[in-house]
Design a protein around this ligand. Structure first.
Ligand SMILES: Cc1cc2nc3c(=O)[nH]c(=O)nc-3n(C[C@H](O)[C@H](O)[C@H](O)COP(=O)(O)O)c2cc1C
Length: 222
């Protein structure tokens, strides 16, 4: 099959787009409003977009509570959603009213951040503390002008890592068992068994060819 997205006549039971843009990391976004109320919600239109300075983005389909809080206080935290917290992550996506604390709803303890007022999820193995940089409103669908998509960019100003996941100077990502969002109601989980390593190609001195060595990574980025 091959279809154009303007008509979007894919003929399937559900729009396949999100089942194809996979796996997507989940930004588990916590924020506080100017009245101090806490908010927590997962966003899978989420990713790291730069590393110097480290920056992340998430996209809000409509003006949701996370975005409203971030506009009010200029800060947010993205905790890592993992296998152990999958049910809590899911519960925190419930479309409850503004001002309802999804930490409490999902039975989660907040932990104080270092540089921002929004707390992280205490049991999450890692978290990014972010200062709001900019929100960009993306083009709306001509047929659904009511559906706005707003991309929120944040500069990561502090990073929390549970020390028990740091081994030999590296983060043991597989041990954290991070979740990824797929399409429909599907998810995937990163484990040591599903991870693999590839060395970068080394370019020859003449710049015309490249080879990849299959030895264990020597710790040098190329
Ligand atoms: C795994 C997962 C990923 C989600 N990703 C997004 C997303 O990228 N953008 C979005 O607008 N909503 C997304 N949602 C839905 C929001 O979490 C949901 O609308 C939530 O109520 C928003 O909360 P808030 O209004 O407190 O910000 C996702 C839900 C789940 C379970």
């Amino acid at each position: 099959m091959h279809y154009d997205t303007d008509s979007n006549l894919h003929g399937l039971k559900h729009d396949p787009f999100k089942a194809l843009a996979v796996p997507r990391p989940i930004g588990w976004v916590s924020s506080v409003g100017k009245d101090g109320s806490r908010n927590l919600a997962p966003y899978s239109f989420f990713n790291a977009v730069a590393d110097r300075p480290p920056m992340v983005m998430f996209s809000s389909v409509g003006r949701k509570d996370s975005l409203k809080n971030i506009e009010e206080t200029g800060e947010f935290v993205c905790s890592l959603a993992n296998w152990d917290l999958r049910h809590e992550m899911n519960m925190s996506s419930a479309a409850v009213g503004r001002g309802v604390d999804e930490f409490a709803l999902a039975g989660l303890e907040p932990a104080a951040s270092k540089l921002v007022k929004a707390p992280r999820v205490a049991r999450s193995p890692a978290a990014f503390e972010c200062r709001h940089w900019k929100t960009i409103e993306m083009p709306a669908n001509e047929k659904r002008p009511d559906l706005s998509n707003l991309v929120v960019f944040g500069i990561v100003v502090a990073i929390y890592i549970d020390d028990s996941f740091v081994q030999d100077g590296l983060v043991n990502t597989g041990a954290m068992r991070p979740l990824a969002r797929l399409g429909y109601m599907d998810y995937a989980v990163v484990t040591p068994e599903t991870m693999f390593t590839l060395n970068r190609p080394e370019v020859a001195a003449d710049g015309k060819s490249a080879t990849v060595n299959t030895r264990e990574w020597d710790g040098v980025y190329r």
